[in-house]
Design a protein around this ligand. Sequence first.
Ligand code: PEP
Length: 255
Amino acid sequence: MRKKIVAANWKMNLNLIEGADLINEIYKGLPELNESNEVVIAPPFLHIPQTVTQLANMEYVFPGAQNCHHEAAGAYTGEVSASMLNNAEVKYVIIGHSERRQYFGEDDAMLAKKTNQVLANNMQVIFCCGEPLEVREQGGQNDYVEAQLKAGLFHLSEAHIKNVVIAYEPIWAIGTGLTASSAQAQTMHQHIRAVVAEQYGAAVAAEITILYGGSCKPGNAAELFSCEDVDGGLIGGAALNADDFLAIVSAMINS
Ligand code: PEP
């Protein structure tokens, strides 16, 4: 059975004290998780050692990172490598978030290299894809997302793709309060699974976890997660509030 995941992307929010407090609040209200229902928390890099320590006693809650550099090591001032993250006990790395693509110029070739770095360092990738509004308005979203997957992921072996989680995040829904309807999410997730099946076969596609991201909140999580091909969510704004995040985690468990 494929895994369901709710992953928190804190982006560039919270200082160390605020981050520690938020995890303490989550700990107090966390429902029982298991190997099929996981939680990931991806704070800013600076928080990672503290977050790893805090999560050590929380079963099936794993530390994540929001990015890593595409080279293994070297003269890249200000950057963090995948091997550093692995050494710090990070389990998941978000790659290709639309904010990284848009504000930091990360293109498909760079994202493919980042994906390789994460996998070579024994962590799992949360690979983000999703179309801008103008593409959706012209009905080109399926081709757009398919091209992102092919360019960023489809060089991987079958063994490696099994360590990838795909997050469909329509750009027009991220941080905007606009959410894809459950029908729009399901249609795209089904398409993504079909594209993975074409490349890797039906068995691999059936096992791959596909998250939805984009203004997911307590009020819409249950409906989104009830879709057959939606296996949880990548959560931005609502992950900064313990009650909201816990409600979304409960929606995953009950879906
Ligand atoms: C995100 O940044 O991955 C995200 C989904 O943000 P939000 O939930 O705030 O739309």
